[in-house]
Design a protein around this ligand. Structure first.
Ligand code: GLP
Length: 264
């Protein structure tokens, strides 16, 4: 596990964009797992910039998004389909046939649909690089507290904390979705490499538990401790409750010296 501490959002986005860009250059047909949320907006801007100004080529990249709200059509402004199109896909050249986002419009036969999403990931040769954010309650994707650490893509009921967070984005009087389709923790852990981005103090407690606490289904992100190649990229406020900050700084210095490839 590598914990990279950055000064601000801009530095975080730059670092994450660099890691993704070099992964694509090494393997143009990269299978990229994508995430939504405010934390990702700046990163997608950077990637769009790299595409436009430095010809970063997404034409062979295959993408799988983590999750989507159940019951929202793709055109709904709060749907993750809409978020991804507006913030990323319309600015880069990922072919539409290579884009996979769980369908929030399905009705019934959820298990069959979720199994087909898992099959599509397997058929694409597994996810090479999975991007993650984190919820205040430690969720990754929509794997709410008490999700099985072995869970696969499935229908998930959202927690009250998540409903409260989401209520801010939905219009007054508009019901926010109660459920989502999300990759499971087991699905996420099968990615070859994982990068988690987080900013702001509201994430500090969840990150301290995820990185330095015991592995527990009460904090889904703590399952990442089981993965051999995870990089956390955090700003100061998000890292403020970590006990081992000095150690992470020392590791970072040595990483830059001995294995600089891990940072660029
Ligand atoms: C939602 C998404 C998560 C994301 C989280 C954080 O819950 N399902 O994948 O990590 O939001 O969002 P933000 O970056 O807006 O804090």
């Amino acid at each position: 596990m590598l914990v990279i501490l950055k000064r601000d959002n801009e530095e975080i986005n730059l670092q994450a964009a660099q890691l993704i860009a070099s992964a694509i250059k090494k393997k143009p047909s990269l299978t990229l797992g994508l995430a939504t949320g405010n934390t990702m907006v700046g990163l997608y801007k950077h990637l769009a910039h790299l595409h436009k100004e430095e010809r970063l080529d997404f034409s062979q990249v295959v993408t799988f998004n983590l999750d989507e709200y159940l019951g929202l059509p793709a055109t709904h402004p709060q749907s993750y389909h809409h978020f991804m199109h507006e913030n990323f896909f319309r600015h880069v050249n990922v072919p539409p046939r290579n884009i996979h986002i769980p369908d929030g419009g399905i009705r019934g036969d959820y298990d069959e649909y979720c199994a087909s999403y898992e099959r599509a990931i397997r058929d694409a040769g597994a996810i090479d690089l999975q991007l993650l954010g984190i919820g205040r309650n430690g969720h990754i994707g929509f794997n709410e507290p008490t999700s099985s650490l072995a869970s696969r893509t499935r229908l998930k009921v959202l927690s009250q904390e998540t409903l409260d967070d989401n209520a801010k984005s939905f219009g007054a009087g508009e019901d926010s979705p109660r459920c989502a389709i999300t990759m499971g923790i087991g699905t996420i852990l099968e990615a070859r490499k994982i990068i988690l981005l987080a900013t702001g103090e509201s994430k500090a407690a969840a990150l301290a538990k995820a990185i330095e606490g015991p592995i527990t289904s009460a904090v889904s992100a703590s399952a990442l401790q089981l993965h051999p190649d995870v990089t956390f990229i955090l700003d100061g406020p998000a890292a403020s409750q970590l006990m081992q900050r000095d150690y992470y700084h020392r590791v970072l210095k040595m990483t830059a010296l001995l294995t600089p490839d891990r940072l660029s």
